[in-house]
Design a protein around this ligand. Structure first.
Ligand code: HEM
Length: 227
């Protein structure tokens, strides 16, 4: 493993694997969150949240793997960025500027930093209170006043316009990050065949639809709550 991470190709490959894992996480996170805007007053969302929040496999296996995946992706992103910087000390004319690379590909570190800032806010909003309730207070019932608390907690968070604005802005950065990230990850894994064109289209759709979907969820809760 450490041998793999010593070569440039190996590092890119590992980065791509962690990226795909995070994209898979994001998809399931999106699907579960989407149920929070179903017209059933949060019933489905509550059931799914309780299952995810109390299932031992999710809590003690998938959650640590996810934390590792996030940290790995972040640290590896910094390492790749640092290597790029030192490589650019020798400048080649064709390597430079907007002529043959997109804004998104040159700014992965910055769109990534914006996502990291969002994650800090997001963890303060949801994850830390959840860890506190379950692992510190030892309350795994998921109940508040005899009812599941998850949907109500979600609604509370999307009450404040500044927070909703920050979330929506962060999802725009997420789209930019994914637009380059998806194709780049495929390239690092050596994908170059008759399916490449289709995969690129799929990547673009994923990169736009998921963040826009997250925006819609945040806005629906905001407008529902302000009435
Ligand atoms: C409207 C959009 C979103 C909503 C309503 C939302 C909601 C939530 C909720 C309720 C939790 C707590 C789950 C728990 O631990 O019990 C959570 C956790 C989390 N969210 Fe989100 N989320 C949104 C968008 C995102 C996005 C875009 C990302 C990634 C870029 C993200 C990453 C995470 C992560 C990493 C966790 C911790 C997962 C865990 O281990 O439990 N979320 N989110």
């Amino acid at each position: 493993m450490s041998g793999l991470l010593k070569s440039s190709i190996g590092r890119k490959f590992a980065m791509a694997i962690s990226a795909f894992f995070l994209m898979f996480f994001l998809l399931q996170h999106f699907v579960i969150n989407l149920t929070s805007i179903f017209p059933d007053h949060g019933a489905t969302f509550n059931e799914l949240s309780h299952f995810m929040g109390t299932n031992p496999l999710i809590q003690y296996v998938m959650q640590p793997v996810l934390i590792f995946g996030v940290v790995f992706h972040f640290v590896m992103g910094l390492v790749l960025e640092a290597k790029n910087w030192s490589a650019q000390k020798v400048k080649y004319a064709q390597n430079n500027g907007a002529a043959n690379s997109t804004w998104m590909s040159r700014n992965m570190i910055w769109t990534g930093a914006a996502i990291l800032a969002f994650m800090i806010l997001h963890f303060i909003d949801f994850w830390f209170p959840e860890i506190n309730t379950k692992f510190i207070q030892g309350d795994w019932s998921g109940l508040h006043n005899g009812e599941y608390r998850y949907f109500h907690e979600l609604q509370e968070k999307f009450h404040h316009p500044a927070r909703v604005g920050a979330y929506v802005g962060a999802f725009a950065f997420l789209a930019m990050h994914l637009l380059h990230g998806f194709n780049s990850a495929f390239q690092s894994m050596g994908a170059n065949n008759k399916y490449t064109k289709g995969l690129k289209t799929f990547g673009k759709l994923y990169a736009i639809l998921i963040p826009v979907g997250f925006m819609i969820i945040a806005l629906v809760h905001y407008f529902n709550h302000s009435h």
